[in-house]
Design a protein around this ligand. Structure first.
Ligand SMILES: [Zn+2]
Length: 226
């Protein structure tokens, strides 16, 4: 049974030597958002933690370090698997690598993944990803107005739970906007859809101090099925 789901940014700057970068004023809202997310995450002991990410290593490690206050509790981390063919054998943490193919495919793979897992298990789904990387001239890829357009539209669709809108983004547009997280987010939304559980979208923070959109989003999950 799904007990937790979120979208979490994965910028290395979010973490200092041992915990969240509480002293960094520029990302204060993002860190506060993650602290709230951590509060929700820590309410359960999970049998299964799924972490989808467009990048290996930091893409998975940063959200795990952000959500587990004590990294000694993370448990066994399995090898990276491709989004299209995830196999779950036993309890633990499963990193899943997304591609920049079709978002609809990732949504379907998320649905398929839920059908494969043991429904008695307590499951957390962490969708690791950042929004546009072209929000500022001095950002990593410079400025492109489609970046701002993407972040605005995505946030609006998410608040409206407009899945069709989210799945409709064109890949050329996403490339121009320098987005990395949408395939991971799409897979998580497919997974949630397949659970049949009703949920509310709770945007905990959105900031882009360095030209990259950091979105922290929690999903408040109803116990009752639709
Ligand atoms: Zn990224």
């Amino acid at each position: 049974m799904i007990k937790f789901a979120c979208f979490c940014p994965h910028a290395p700057i979010l973490i200092d030597e041992d915990d969240l970068s509480f002293k960094n004023e520029e990302i204060k809202e993002t860190v506060s958002g993650i602290v709230k997310l951590r509060g929700c995450f820590e309410e359960e002991n999970y049998d299964l933690v799924l972490v989808s990410s467009p990048h290996p290593e930091w893409g998975v490690e940063i959200p795990l370090r952000a959500l587990y206050k004590d990294s000694g509790n993370i448990g066994q981390i399995f090898n990276y698997q491709e989004a299209s063919k995830v196999e779950i054998e036993e309890r633990g943490v499963y990193p899943i690598l997304t591609s920049s193919g079709s978002i609809e495919d990732h949504f379907e793979w998320g649905r398929k993944l839920y059908r494969k897992i043991d429904k008695k298990w307590k499951v957390a789904y962490i969708a690791s990803g950042d929004m546009s990387h072209t929000l500022k001239e001095d950002g990593p890829y410079g400025y492109d107005e489609v970046g701002v357009e993407f972040d605005e539209r995505f946030l609006r669709y998410l608040k409206e739970k407009n899945i069709e809108g989210i799945l409709s983004f064109d890949n050329r547009f996403l490339l121009k906007a320098g987005v990395c997280g949408i395939w991971s987010f799409g897979m998580c939304l497919g997974f949630l859809e397949e659970t049949g559980i009703n949920y509310q979208v709770e945007i905990l923070s959105y900031q882009a101090p360095f030209g990259v959109g950091y979105l922290v989003c929690n999903f408040i999950l109803d116990e009752e099925r639709r």
